[in-house]
Design a protein around this ligand. Structure first.
Ligand code: TTP
Ligand code: CA
Length: 360
């Protein structure tokens, strides 16, 4: 039985600056400003982001570095180090992937996750959000903010609602109350022009907007936009997650009926997960070279054991057999009871002439 649709939006807090604090804990607590230097003169360029201490001085993304220096000459000014942020981002997205049915990465520090198949209701989803935050903090050492909601539109607003280090849950019955007092610009997709137009109509909050009729909205904004705005103001959004091709891996995770270290039960679940993974792989016409068995023990820690094959393959038996073997090895090395398990294939390439057997 499938429960309600549940979407998480995760957004890292002051991402570039937080990565720098993690690298150099001595700067934590001080205002930190990440700068994109244009190279024309010493201080020419713009602020990429800043930590919350620097934001108190009005230093924020997009302002000139020279202005930031005037606002707080004593702040720590650092150049962007994309290499570092990309590698941290990869680690974070890898953790998220382990928790969800599908993931849509929106930017270097932001992603939507569909967790509908992982939890049965919104209360369980809250615990799930807490687990994700905990794992990112423990493994990567950074805080993020999470919104849990029935769709992408509301989840995105929710993740921003209690920043930093926030977790905001909006259950379906609470969506309208949650949105009503918020500014119309909080809706992703309401830009400057739409805002201006709505303000002229004396519409300032999402609640104001929801009180207009669909007809009035369509008259004002045309069919597509008018309809979208009206539905958005009511928190209605069924847009699917867009999993980008070539994310490099396909995985499925599921919760065991009860915590166990019994290999026959685990292998049975592996067979189901492998079939899901294989279906997706076939849909995408991809082959894989590495396979992982993912295990979440009763301590909620996620561990993975992986194996890389000599050649790319695509057949179901290779997925199953390798995952069984990895699970056996994992349990021999880790005497723990498992709560959730997953199967993941990675190193994806487009399908070509195939060998069928993976070499263990
Ligand atoms: P954001 O998520 O917009 O900002 P943030 O993570 O720094 O802060 P918040 O806690 O409010 O989420 O952007 C993510 C990263 O993208 C940010 O750390 C730096 C980069 N970025 C720029 O380089 N220029 C910009 O104008 C913005 C908005 C972000
Ligand atoms: Ca962010």
């Amino acid at each position: 039985m499938r429960g309600p649709r549940i979407i998480i939006h995760m957004d890292m807090d002051y991402f570039f600056a937080q990565c720098e604090e993690k690298e150099n804990p001595a700067i934590k607590g001080k205002p930190v400003v990440i700068c994109v230097y244009s190279g024309r003169s010493e201080d020419s360029g713009a602020v990429s982001t800043s930590n919350y201490e620097a934001r108190k001085f009005g230093i924020k993304a997009g302002i000139p570095i020279s202005m930031a220096k005037k606002l707080n000459p004593g702040a720590v000014f650092l150049p962007v180090n994309m290499e570092l942020y990309r590698s941290v981002s990869l680690e974070i997205m890898g953790i998220l992937r382990g928790y969800c049915d599908a993931i849509e990465q929106k930017s270097i520090d932001e992603a939507f996750c569909d967790i509908s198949g992982q939890v049965t209701d919104f209360d369980e989803a809250r615990m799930y959000g807490i687990m994700i935050k905990k794992e990112i903090l423990e493994k990567v050492g950074l805080t993020c903010s999470i919104g849990v909601a029935p769709n992408k539109l509301v989840a995105k607003i929710a993740s921003d609602f209690q920043k930093p280090d926030g977790l905001t849950l909006v259950k379906p019955d609470d969506v309208l109350d949650f949105l009503t007092p918020l500014k119309i610009t909080d809706l992703l997709g309401v830009g400057k022009k739409t805002e201006q137009r709505l303000n002229e109509m004396n519409i300032r909050t999402i609640g104001d907007m929801s009180s207009l009729s669909m007809d009035a909205m369509i008259r004002e904004f045309g069919k597509a936009k008018g309809e979208w705005l009206k539905l958005a103001s009511q928190g209605i959004d069924d847009s699917p997650l867009e999993e980008h091709e070539g994310t490099g891996q396909i995985g499925r995770i599921a919760t065991l009926k009860e915590d166990t270290d019994d290999l026959s039960i685990i292998n049975e679940m592996i067979n189901n997960l492998s079939e899901d993974v294989h279906r997706k792989l076939t849909e995408r016409k991809m082959s894989f070279r590495s396979i992982a068995f993912v295990a979440i023990a009763t301590d909620f820690k996620t561990r993975a054991k992986s194996h890389t094959l000599a050649v790319p393959v695509k057949d179901l038996d290779t997925i199953k057999n390798n995952a069984h073997e990895l699970a056996k090895q994992f349990l021999a090395e880790n005497p723990v009871r498992l709560r959730r398990i997953g199967v993941r294939v990675a190193n994806l390439t487009e399908e070509k002439g195939q060998m069928t057997l993976g070499d263990f």
